[in-house]
Design a protein around this ligand. Sequence first.
Ligand SMILES: C[S@@+](CC[C@H](N)C(=O)[O-])C[C@H]1O[C@@H](n2cnc3c(N)ncnc32)[C@H](O)[C@@H]1O
Length: 376
Amino acid sequence: MTKAPRIPASLPVSSPRLIDAIVAPGLESIAKDELARLGARDLEASPGVVRGRADDATLFRCNLGARTITRLLEVVAEGPCRRFDELEKLAARVDWRRFGTRVGPIEVKATASRSRLYHSGAIAERVEGVVKAALGASSTGAPPLRVHVRVDTDVVTLSVDSSGDRLHRRGYRLDGAAAPLRETLAAGILLLLEPGLATSDAPPSVFDPMCGSGTFPIEAAWMAMRRAPGLDVPLLCSTWPGLGDVAKRASSELAGATRTLPMAVTGMDRNPLAVSAARANAERAGVAVDWLEGDADWAHPGDTPPGLVICNPPYGHRIGGADRVLPLLERLAARFDGWRVAALWPGVPRAGWEERARLNNGGIRVSVVEWVRSRR
Ligand SMILES: C[S@@+](CC[C@H](N)C(=O)[O-])C[C@H]1O[C@@H](n2cnc3c(N)ncnc32)[C@H](O)[C@@H]1O
């Protein structure tokens, strides 16, 4: 028996655009809320993707302003295909010239699962052939056209990348430290634990006692400053015909919303090289975070108003010393009266910790855990 296709025919190319925001598994509902706040509509989350509708200005706002998405694709066609001729027919229905009449390299990426069309290389080649036939030879110096082809249970989705580089590359983290956390994941964890960081006039203080290259403190500061994360990111969609003015307007609208940091944000690490990397990154990001060099076992809140302690401690095979980390954070929690204490943790935490979310950090399954014993 043949399986009914999820979507009966290719979609008409229309405004508002149909978008697929690619997101780390576990962050879908946070990303959905963010995209809704930025103006996207009809949003639906599925594993790793949030689909919705966006007009041109919203396409830019989401690319520039969403903190948790990896990239934003415009879906240009979707339909059932079991043979290469059906795939080519679907690709030929797309008006590729909407993305530029002079394009540079045409890069097609394909993935296939549970389908009769299964050879991703051959799938990409067929689609590339159709796009090249529509656009002619690529022009030197022109922006690339990046096409994504997803084949799942005999349904093909053709999309064009509106972002370019992956959006976690904000541009500030040029100085590294051991096992850095993706900026999008750090932002997602912060939003999950303290949504008020992005919305409140008086957000809670944030302290990362094992800050490495400073990702949590810098992301928390940007969030509280309402500083759009993508302002320094070159977007492919700003090269699409007719969108230059919308791009400029969206960018200046978001840049104009930035305010000064309204609360204390502090990062600490016992490794002096990590602290100097974090400082350099913060300087590039333009955030006034306090950086301390020292052991988290000695950290004290002083007169900083209570807020969130969050860290991505050493764990697993990446950096040693995992068994000492949670007891250390429990001692720290006893000194940080009134603060919430949370961490990224692989596997089952000790008694007294509660799991808030499950995520994937660079291939390792991790949980966001919060110390709750002292608050009962
Ligand atoms: C996984 S890394 C953190 C990465 C960071 N989230 C980032 O994005 O760059 C863990 C950090 O914890 C620091 N660390 C480990 N034990 C510590 C302790 N007792 N006190 C302070 N820092 C510690 C390490 O030096 C390392 O930089």
